[in-house]
Write a protein that binds this ligand. Structure first.
Ligand SMILES: Nc1ncnc2c1ncn2[C@@H]1O[C@H](COP(=O)(O)OP(=O)(O)OP(=O)(O)O)[C@@H](O)[C@H]1O
Ligand SMILES: [Mg+2]
Length: 245
């Protein structure tokens, strides 16, 4: 059976989000090893973690573009490319053939242009997208890898979409600040997010809203702990640790 898997490697897993440009090479390697063994068609994307968020936040992005923003914009973009190159290097070492698709070129016109993903996937490459800053209609916008997966899912109708973060899945509250937060093993797509949990931070809320959009086009969406990628082998089993949407 033809199986296509879309993956987002969270910046929270492969970088230390508190330390500017700190890459977690071992975590990244373990994830890519696990994905390459699956031996399925893959489209990968990654978040920016501390290669993007720290300077973007300091610079007030997203915002209306002003001439004085040029340098900070350029730094964020270069740092994202740096992270992307490190990931692509590990993919090559693990036998994959990555091809980085620049976010700038995807969001050039009205709707996202995903033709390069199609072209390279059909030729046996593993397309690699990334969250990045873009300039559009006088605005500095941030396109997250979560956004990319929404666009990619609508076109590719993947069998499986995998989100990896640094926690075990989606909880009823932020597991990092609420000690008795409970992991939600499955979430019914019909239940509104605010009814399931009205206390979560914007970050996970907006990720969840995007996941609901993706769910319409994907066979299955899972959120797993990227530090335990081996759990991917248990998808569909009773003892799978993660959230299935
Ligand atoms: N209800 C929740 N369930 C799970 N995680 C939550 C929840 N609320 C908040 N979080 C936080 O969300 C974080 C993951 O989101 P975050 O955007 O930081 O990661 P990411 O998407 O992997 O990073 P990036 O945006 O750089 O790719 C977790 O570290 C967790 O602390
Ligand atoms: Mg995020």
């Amino acid at each position: 059976m033809f199986v296509l898997i879309l993956v987002k490697i969270g910046g929270s897993v492969i970088t230390d989000k508190n330390v500017y440009r700190r890459f977690r090479e071992d975590s990244c390697k373990k994830i890519i090893q696990t994905l390459s063994i699956l031996n399925e068609d893959l489209i990968m994307t990654h978040g920016a973690g501390s290669f993007g968020h720290i300077i973007a936040k300091k610079s007030g992005f997203p915002k209306k573009f002003k001439q004085e923003d040029v340098h900070a914009f350029s730094i964020v973009h270069k740092d994202v490319l740096d992270l992307n190159t490190r990931i692509a290097g590990i993919m090559l070492e693990e036998g994959l053939s990555p091809i980085s698709i620049p976010t700038q070129s995807i969001y050039r016109n009205g709707s996202p242009d995903l033709t390069d993903f199609k072209k390279y996937l059909s030729l046996g490459f593993t397309p690699l997208g990334m969250g990045d800053v873009i300039l559009r209609a006088g605005m500095i916008k941030i396109i997250s890898a979560d956004d990319l997966l929404v666009a990619l899912s609508a076109v590719f109708k993947p069998n499986l979409v995998i989100f990896m973060t640094d926690v075990d899945g989606i909880y009823d509250n932020d597991p990092k600040t609420v000690s008795d937060a409970k992991l939600l093993k499955s979430i019914d797509r019909n239940i509104a997010f605010s009814q399931v949990m009205n206390d979560v931070t914007g970050g996970m809320k907006s990720k969840y809203e995007k996941i609901l959009k993706i769910r319409k086009h994907a066979g299955k969406v899972v959120v797993v702990n990227g530090n335990k990628p081996e759990r991917l082998n248990d998808i569909g089993e009773k003892d799978f640790i993660g959230t299935v949407i």
